[in-house]
Design a protein around this ligand. Structure first.
Ligand SMILES: Cc1cc2nc3c(=O)[nH]c(=O)nc-3n(C[C@H](O)[C@H](O)[C@H](O)COP(=O)(O)OP(=O)(O)OC[C@H]3O[C@@H](n4cnc5c(N)ncnc54)[C@H](O)[C@@H]3O)c2cc1C
Length: 502
């Protein structure tokens, strides 16, 4: 754990956070430490225990350590040492090892279940700051403030609205409508979301380790299979307590249109696996068994489906409103695409990007002297300048790689052979300079020293925090001087009283 930071300065900014997902909760934890007032508004009455794996790479680990979350995170995770990509007949296409990353960055890639990671973040936010059952349906903003309205008729006012309300963000929709009316919404952001992938995901109960290979191993078994059926793949991670986080991805354009129509719903909703084609249930797993085993041993209410699409919106901010996490970008979420990330030696899933958004934004809000529109513009511009190029770069890389990995033509196969077998080093080297170094920390907390051989990207220190540290050091020195003087006084009086006795 880092040293005790100086107490945060009094802040006159109030942040309204839409959504208690990974992005909203991470930002909340950070704002709390920065001494900035905030409230979270979450539309659900109770958090759904849904979702599969949350894979968390080294980019966020120094931050987790700063926040005192790393040890607990490790206790609910397994280390991802690498992944193996298979064909449907279980022929290995490629193995990708991540062990080097520990030496390079000082941290492992960890995998846990999304609900458990979510619960860990939730446990660090004061309950009275999270308002459940608050579905944001509208907001207005002007030069002085922003006001949200919820479906239950309540309204709340603050200085900044953070749309952390996920892939189908209401805040984004409302903001874009306002900007369109003002004639300032870029044409690219007017286009509706086109969904290309459907995912079905779940987490099993503890399985019998006798029936599956490596379930009890300390490291996670992370495998992905590219199915013979066009656009179909499945993958899993083993996680603590002999459980498996699994996922099936289907390319929508390759599906039976009837099935696709039924699934065309943006939310993570409970899904009944009996709807799946019978033959899918018998697809093999590299750890033994078949997909059906995973379906049968997952609690029904935990199996969900979602329609996914990689997308980076161009507009992330306007006035007093900013979008973070999936509300602004959804990149590198699917199994197959993540192969490319592993090849690059990185692992930036959507949760990772949401966390990185949170820390960059919190640093900038901390530095703001007052929540004037001018200061907010400056902070949000800097946020966008740092984060937009980074997620766009990931999107481009994953899209290029998807064609190579998922393509079914002979040309795709040839390209796959060349890229996976012959030149993986190229991908590794290509991304190292950016990916390995980018490990941003909270600038208002004691920093964590770089552990690996590749140093962190330097961050401009916070002027506010440096001044506080100086004051704290001066106060500590003054207190020490007083104590020393008092001790010296006692010693002198003791000498005097001794001499008076003699
Ligand atoms: C139930 C669920 C299951 C998921 N499972 C997986 C998974 O297995 N694998 C994976 O890679 N990703 C999963 N995700 C997505 C993953 O959590 C995110 O991609 C990532 O963590 C980025 O988080 P986020 O906070 O930006 O978005 P999210 O995690 O989607 O969080 C957004 C939050 O905002 C709330 N919200 C939405 N609209 C409003 C509104 N109008 N007013 C108030 N609140 C609102 C939502 O209820 C949600 O809690 C899941 C998301 C959800 C909600």
């Amino acid at each position: 754990m880092p040293d005790v930071p100086p107490p945060p300065p009094a802040s006159n900014t109030k942040v309204l956070i839409a959504g208690a997902g990974v992005a909203g909760l991470t930002l909340a934890i950070l704002l709390d430490k920065a001494g900035i007032a905030y409230e979270i508004f979450e539309r659900q009455e109770h958090i759904k225990p849904q979702g599969s794996a949350a894979a968390l790479g080294f980019n966020i680990m120094p931050l987790m350590e700063q926040l005192g979350l790393l040890d607990e995170l490790k206790s609910i995770s397994k280390v991802v040492d690498g992944t193996t990509l298979y064909k449907e007949d279980m022929e290995v296409i490629r193995e990708i090892r991540l062990r080097d990353n520990r030496a390079l960055t000082g941290y492992d890639t960890l995998v846990t279940s999304r609900p458990e990671f979510h619960a860990l973040l939730t446990s660090r936010v004061s309950k009275d700051k999270i308002h459940m059952n608050k579905h944001i349906v509208g907001f207005t903003q002007d030069i002085d403030s922003v006001t949200i309205s919820c479906a239950d008729g309540t309204i709340y006012t603050g200085d900044i609205l953070v749309g952390a309300d996920g892939a189908y963000s209401s805040v984004r929709k409302i903001l874009y409508r306002q900007m369109k009316d003002e004639g300032i919404l870029p044409a690219s952001d007017e286009v509706e979301l086109l969904s290309h992938y459907l995912s079905i995901l779940g987490t099993t109960r503890p399985l019998d380790p006798k029936n599956y290979e490596g379930l009890e191993d300390d490291d996670s078994h992370s495998d992905a299979v590219i199915g013979n059926e066009r656009g179909l793949s499945w993958r899993y991670f083993t996680i603590p307590h002999n459980r498996v986080c699994w996922r099936i991805d289907v390319q929508a354009k390759d599906m039976d249109p009837a099935l696709y129509e039924n699934w065309l719903n943006a939310e993570y909703n409970v899904f009944d696996v009996t709807q799946l084609p019978e033959e899918w249930k018998h697809h093999k797993l590299p750890i033994m068994g078949e997909l059906k085993d995973l379906f049968d041993s997952s609690p029904k209410e935990s199996i969900s489906k979602v329609v996914l699409e990689d997308r980076v919106y161009e507009t992330w901010k306007h006035g007093r409103t900013v979008l973070i996490g999936d509300a602004a970008h959804k990149v590198a979420d699917r199994d197959i695409r993540k192969k490319e990330n592993w090849m690059d030696g990185k692992f930036n899933g959507r949760a990772m990007n949401a966390i990185l958004d949170g820390v960059v934004l919190a640093n900038l809000l901390y530095e703001m002297s007052t929540p004037s529109q001018k200061n907010i513009n400056k902070a949000l511009d800097e946020f966008y300048t740092e984060r937009f190029p980074s997620v766009t770069k990931e999107l481009n890389a994953t899209q290029q790689m998807l064609t190579v990995l998922a393509g079914k033509t002979w040309l795709d196969s040839a390209a796959r052979f060349v890229l996976l077998k012959l030149v993986p080093k190229y991908f590794k080297e290509k991304s190292q300079e950016y990916t390995l170094q980018y490990r941003p920390q909270a600038l208002f907390l004691p920093s964590i020293e770089s552990r690996g051989s590749v140093p962190n990207t330097p961050q401009r220190p916070s002027r506010k925090y440096t001044a506080l540290q100086k004051n704290q050091a001066a106060a500590t020195a003054a207190a020490a001087a007083v104590t020393a003087a008092a001790a010296a006084g006692i010693a002198a009086s003791e000498v005097n009283s001794d001499s008076s006795i003699s």
